[in-house]
Design a protein around this ligand. Sequence first.
Ligand SMILES: Nc1ncnc2c1ncn2[C@@H]1O[C@H](COP(=O)(O)OP(=O)(O)OP(=O)(O)O)[C@@H](O)[C@H]1O
Ligand SMILES: [Mg+2]
Length: 373
Amino acid sequence: MGAVNTDNVPELRKAVVRLTRERDAAQKEARELSRAIQNMAQPPLLVAQVSRVLSKNYAIVRTPNSQEFLVPHPNFELSAGDTVALNQNTLAIVKILPSNIDAFVASMELDEKPRETYEDIGGLREILQDIREVVELPLIHPEVFTKMGIEPPAGVLLEGPPGTGKTLVARAVANATHATFIRLVGSELVQKFIGEGARIVREIFALAREKSPSILFIDEIDAVASRRTPDSQVSDREVQRTLMQLLSELDGFNQIKGVKVLAASNRPDILDPAILRPGRFDRIIHFSLPEEKDRGEILKIHTRRMPLRNVDLNHLAKITDGMSGADIRGMCTEAAMFAIRGALDYITEAQFIQAMSKLKKDHLEQKPHNLYM
Ligand SMILES: Nc1ncnc2c1ncn2[C@@H]1O[C@H](COP(=O)(O)OP(=O)(O)OP(=O)(O)O)[C@@H](O)[C@H]1O
Ligand SMILES: [Mg+2]
């Protein structure tokens, strides 16, 4: 080390403060990421029913394929009929599942009254027209189809890149038809509750009937309905069983009025062709990234409650090529954040530009695998 130049001390101090802050932020992020990794690395648990409690530490459980096992547990307060989660390898009971939120409820979302309306959707004109024809019309006026001697389309598959409004559209249709919105997530179905997939599918269709008029929205359907690949992680037979159940529910479904099934996928290319056969998801609606005009509408929607000053939305629409609806919404939120940090009580175009370059940077860092970016 040479002689220290004391002139630099204040600047070096500042640098230390800045670097310390950066280090803390990075450490926090590292902690969050490692927690996420831990969560992902956890093997899925097996769900079973307690059929008899033998002693303080042993019970007989019945797994969904009706096999019975004598398994240990760490002195849980168990009683026959409880639903429990088992370690996949040792079959030891690791958790008692609360009876009112069993696997069935945990893997879906039920919304009696979604708030999204058609006014919240920018662009997507043709899509909305299609959707209303195949979903809204049969729900509200089934007689139109009977009069013409045809069956309305069975299921509708919404496919397209992330953030292009698939879920938004499904929720808005449910709102417009006063239908209950039931969302089932494919990946959760097969990853979280092994052995329960088929039962959950059965029960959820029953629930959709009970709550009719209803829209059953199966998100990430590729997780249950993809062509088998050699590297698939989750037990193939389990996924296959869930899919068979789904197909048989769909087949018996056409006659049931008042329930519409929608599914969404980012990867239609990997879907099992069985799911697309006539009478199943026989109508495919393609979502794509918004064009300039649509981006303008989306911008207008997401800035409608913002105090804007000298913001040319048309110009922003022009320069946001390649961004999805979700990206645009993110940009608007971020622009407002920049205004808050700058202690402004209004938002100018400069904040939007700042937000845009931040999002671009984040995208480059975080989404190297994204198919559509
Ligand atoms: N066309 C649009 N108009 C207005 N807002 C939109 C539009 N598309 C997306 N958004 C905004 O982005 C959010 C996320 O969109 P949404 O969840 O519908 O995307 P998605 O297509 O279902 O994506 P994923 O494939 O990731 O599930 C919406 O809640 C909405 O705020
Ligand atoms: Mg979605």
